[in-house]
Design a protein around this ligand. Structure first.
Ligand SMILES: [Zn+2]
Ligand SMILES: [Zn+2]
Length: 381
């Protein structure tokens, strides 16, 4: 079957930004998710189609290949069996997109598939959230994190057996890890293969379990790890730390630890992509006469010129004073929006001056007529 264009699948134009891709995928996935549409093959097909499109378009690298070469550019990523939507559980920022909605579905079941008939299961992935200030985002930062996780038991080195104890092949399954169940019905005989209930599919049992870990081969401990956060990250990005999750029981490999970034709100700046916005209050006389002012940036205070006759809402761009691009391809700017402050507590001298100014301007307005009003309106447009 001919595949549809990924942008078309998500109802977007080529060039859509990542927020639009995420939001559009979220809507489709919530609508067509198999849990909400049981036994509906059409909905499942739509869900898979949208997941595949998102998988590609949410990944800068795959997206670039797709934009250049179309489906052929990204096909290899899905192996010969084609795209499997369950693969998605390993892929991207799932919790970020769905929160708890499908949390169980994707973090639970899928993992077990990697478990061989006689190999120990791999440990769980951990997800932690790391809050960063805008300054830390702008500069990049190294953070120490304390993490409670399952670590290999040092007493038995993960084997789960007490020193000197033997592991024996499981009697229920004869060490195979699987049991067969034969059932007969009108249609004939059928055989079901399931994991052995006695040894949980491991094929062996321990005569004398390690006392430190009760035979689990792992214990919960707090570890301190250091994460290097590159400059330019934003909320929803995550840093995968391979092998830093829970170790599996009885010598199973460790899962990963995914560190999700959460940006803290700044009291002065608002971030928009790589640019940061600052609202700068100036007085009416500064705006009318012009002035040199000091402006806060993420990299300290800089001087900025307010030209004579600056209108309210005018935006000045301080080049390169924003957040660096996370891919290292450049730097955002700081945008300084001028807010004109109208005084509310005039003293008598200020009041006299404003009254005098008002007289002069009323006079000019009377003399110039429509021209005066036109100049005001022009400034607003
Ligand atoms: Zn142990
Ligand atoms: Zn068994």
């Amino acid at each position: 079957m001919e595949k549809r264009d990924y942008y078309e699948v998500l109802g977007l134009q080529q060039g859509a930004d990542s927020a639009a891709i995420k939001s559009s995928y979220r809507k489709l996935a919530l609508k067509y998710h198999p849990d909400r549409n049981p036994d509906d093959a059409a909905a499942e097909a739509k869900f898979k189609e949208a997941s595949e499109a998102y998988e590609v378009l949410s990944d800068d690298d795959k997206r670039a290949k797709y934009d250049r070469f179309g489906h052929a550019g990204v096909e290899n990523n899905f192996g010969q069996g084609g795209f499997q939507w369950s693969d998605f559980s390993h892929a991207t920022d799932f919790e970020d997109i769905f929160g708890d909605v499908f949390g169980n579905l994707f973090s639970g079941g899928g993992r077990g598939r990697s478990r061989g008939p006689s190999g120990p299961p791999k440990g769980r992935d951990l997800r932690i959230t790391l809050e960063l200030s805008l300054e830390e985002v702008a500069q990049g930062v190294e953070k120490k994190i304390n993490l409670t996780r399952q670590q290999r038991c040092k007493v038995c080195d993960g084997a789960g057996a007490a020193p000197g104890a033997q592991t024996e092949p499981c009697g229920t399954c004869n060490g195979i890890g699987q049991v067969q169940q034969v059932s007969r019905s009108f249609f004939g005989q059928s055989v079901t293969v399931t994991a052995c209930p006695t040894c949980s599919g491991e094929g062996k049992i321990i005569s004398d379990p390690c006392r430190e870990c009760s035979g689990e081969g792992r214990v919960r401990e707090t570890a301190s790890i250091t994460v290097r956060i590159p400059a330019g990250v934003s909320t929803g990005n995550y840093i995968p730390l391979r092998g830093q999750g829970d170790v599996g029981s009885r010598g199973g490999l460790a899962g990963d630890c995914l560190v999700f970034i959460e940006e803290l709100e700044h009291d002065q700046f608002t971030r928009e992509g790589n640019d940061i916005l600052l609202r700068l209050p100036v007085t009416i006389s500064q705006a009318a006469l012009g002035d040199d002012v000091e402006v806060q940036t993420l990299h300290g205070v800089v001087k900025m010129k307010i030209p004579e006759g600056t209108q309210a809402g005018r935006v000045f761009r301080l080049r390169g004073k924003g957040v660096p691009d996370v891919d290292g391809r450049g730097h955002g700017d700081e945008l300084v929006e001028v807010i004109i402050w109208t005084p509310t507590d005039l003293n008598s001298e200020e009041r006299q001056l404003f009254e005098r100014l008002d007289e002069i301007q009323q006079q000019r307005a009377a003399n110039e007529g429509k021209g005066f009003l036109d100049r005001m309106l022009e400034a607003l447009s």
